[in-house]
Write a protein that binds this ligand. Structure first.
Ligand code: A3P
Length: 343
């Protein structure tokens, strides 16, 4: 594929490989695609959304929070929203994050057969059916009627978003050690029926580093944003920096949005943003996915451990070395460095 509205080729993943993947990722039943020169990997439904996302109208007061999944997106979303909205705790508590931030491409993860199942399972409640329709509607349609300023969550790499985005709107990008990302995403893949992962972590990790996973290749994703880190409309954050010194990250975000807050206000915000507060904050923990049965209830929910470096419990010696080499190889052609690693 490829058209005047969308400049990249979209190739179907080879059928045999797709079949193998779908055996352990039960949320997809048709197949996958790879997109453009970097071969970004998506479920086949991306084909329907590619041009709509790439050409979506951008407004000057739009705020994007983007990342590779499980890099601290939710944490960053709440931080950014609070800073940009004059620390409006009341509104933040009253309106779930999922409503404050449409998830641009979530609909590509909801296979039509799964959607049918979700509709059947929720048919007892009109309210649930409306909610289901709202969260599975393409993000571009949700955003077309959203009031400004719009806050937008996306895991799309910059190259698949509108080319004029940074000329007009602001973006905060958050990155995280890929080993922690993989562990965290593995847990989410098991409980989100849109992914329905049934395998073990080692198998998962191998697919992840072969770029056979949603929104991969991981390093190209990061590098695209890293290259723009000095752009006045892009703020590049690391999960590990938020973890180490949250007040400093809050100050950076405040500066980016032209806001000034006192030490007391920042202290209160950091308290609100702590993992303990998040675990008890219904507004940020993606309850909607559990209510609709899209997420299987589990301890490994959306807000999980919230620690940097937890990957060590999941990697054997072979995987540790493989990861080190993979990271080293991928950082050869860039000055991207993780602040918590002694490269
Ligand atoms: P873990 O699974 O390692 O705990 P995303 O929002 O991009 O999906 O990222 C999810 C990861 O961020 C999860 O990591 C989650 O626990 C962590 N996280 C969410 N809120 C957090 C917070 N307030 N403080 C620290 N980590 C947080």
């Amino acid at each position: 594929m490829g058209s005047e509205n969308f400049p990249f080729e979209i190739e179907d993943l080879e059928a045999g490989l797709a079949k193998k993947l779908m055996e352990c990722f039960t949320g997809e039943v048709t197949g996958y695609v790879r997109v453009g020169p970097k071969k970004y990997f998506f479920p086949q439904k991306y084909k329907e959304e590619a041009a709509k996302i790439y050409n979506m109208p951008i407004k000057r007061d739009d705020v994007f929070v983007t990342s590779y999944p499980r890099s601290g997106t939710t944490w960053t979303q709440e931080l950014v929203w609070m800073v940009a909205n004059d620390l409006d705790y009341e509104k933040s508590n009253a309106i779930p994050l999922t409503e404050r931030y449409p998830f641009l491409e979530f609909s590509i993860c909801v296979h039509p057969e799964n959607k049918k199942k979700f509709i059947e399972e929720n048919s007892h409640s009109k309210e649930n059916l409306e909610l289901l329709e709202a969260v599975t509607q393409p993000g571009t349609d949700q955003l077309a009627v959203a009031p400004s300023p719009r806050f937008i969550k996306s895991h799309m790499p910059l190259s698949l978003l509108p080319p004029s985005l940074l000329d007009k709107a602001k973006m905060v990008y958050v990155a995280r050690d890929p080993r922690d990302v993989a562990v965290s995403f593995y847990h989410l893949n098991k409980v989100m029926r849109t992914q329905g992962y049934t395998g073990d972590f080692k198998t998962y990790w191998n697919y992840f580093i072969q770029d056979l996973h949603h929104w991969a290749p991981y390093f190209d994703h990061l590098k695209e944003a890293w290259e723009k880190r000095d752009h006045p409309n892009l703020l590049f954050l690391f999960y590990e920096e938020l973890s180490k010194d949250l007040p400093a990250s809050v100050r950076r975000v405040a500066k980016f949005f032209g806001k000034e807050y006192s030490d007391e206000q920042i202290e209160r915000l950091c308290d609100h943003l702590s993992i303990e507060s998040f675990k008890n904050n219904k507004s940020v923990n993606y309850d909607v996915m559990k209510i609709l049965g899209i997420m299987i209830p589990s301890d490994q929910a959306f807000i999980r451990k919230g620690k940097a470096g937890g990957w060590r419990d999941y990697f054997d010696e072979e995987m540790t070395q493989q990861a080190e080499k993979w990271i080293e190889d991928n950082l050869k052609d860039t000055d991207l460095r993780f602040p918590h690693l002694n490269h």
